[in-house]
Design a protein around this ligand. Sequence first.
Ligand code: C5P
Length: 359
Amino acid sequence: MTRDVGDSGDFRISRSSDRSILNGCYDFFDPMSISVRSFAKINIGLKIGPRRDDGFHELRTIYQTIALADVVKVDVGRGVGIDVCCKDPRVPAGESNTCFRMAERVLRAFKTRSKVRITVEKKLPVQGGLGAASSNAVATMLGLEKALKRELPPGERLRLAAEVGSDVPLFLIGGTVLGTGRGEQVYPLEDLPSFHCVIATPEVGVSTPAAFEDWDTKFAAAQKLTDHDGSDRMSVFSHSIFEWLSGSSFSPTGVPSKGWDRAEAMLLDLVRTGIENDFESVVFPKHPAIREVKRALERSGARYVSLSGSGSTVYALFGDKQDAARTAKSLVDKGIPAHATVTLPRSSYWKAIFGEKIG
Ligand code: C5P
């Protein structure tokens, strides 16, 4: 017997033959499952500070949610245990899965015992610098709250999110978000207008911890040469962000003008600030194929091009929808996985999480 569990049409579970593929997630629960869209993010600028005593690095970044998403389905039934099911073998099934860790914490916070099944329909790249696993964790939290008909207080949500990972909390805000601390301290910024963008993810595996280590090595060498402790780097970044967000794309009355004209003006201002992602300086030398994708995007007429997180995703922001669509197609024709999409402001993010379709 085979039943659909996804709306993509190609995700099927067979009770008899597919057990091994799906980590034993063949037991069907109440058909009332909660579906949550789990959107991706990009980083607009990322400054890495010194390694802290807890082993993490101090960060400054702007996170921006985008309209590409996985779908996370949450079922709650009688019994105990957490199962994570995903057709993509690169997504771990057990305790290392961010959805598993989030579900564990939410059940503990509610002091309840249930059987929880989480099904992840993967559309976002795994370990691509788009925060997919972190976003899946927040989708699990929201889905589980809905399934259990209970809500965690906002502070508790944030605390659990930060425990699961540094870039999990941003997905509790959505839109344009300032990230500080190890990336887990998040502040909603005034939403940027929606930009057209291309997301290109060359099939190169980049390890985030390794990228941070490479940064440490590079930074230590630079320190020796300049005898500079680098403490001003973070404030320079903060100043650039401040300049950008209070720049000329806002009218003298302080009221931002509307629509694509404003988006275009903000993109130009962004280029002028020279905001960059520090990971580029260690990831590109190690993976020249990623740098090549950045160059191809720069040649395509994009206003701003950058690595997202530690990669391998490179994104490009455009003022024009057709330019974005044409660029994505030309990358796909060259064998590089790419999508044209838009950045997702906060109100659209929250509307689309459970309901409204976008695009
Ligand atoms: O918090 P998260 O699980 O995403 O971090 C993964 C790894 O990335 C950490 O174990 C750490 O090695 C590194 N990291 C870091 N500084 C940060 C965030 C992550 O060194 N701000």
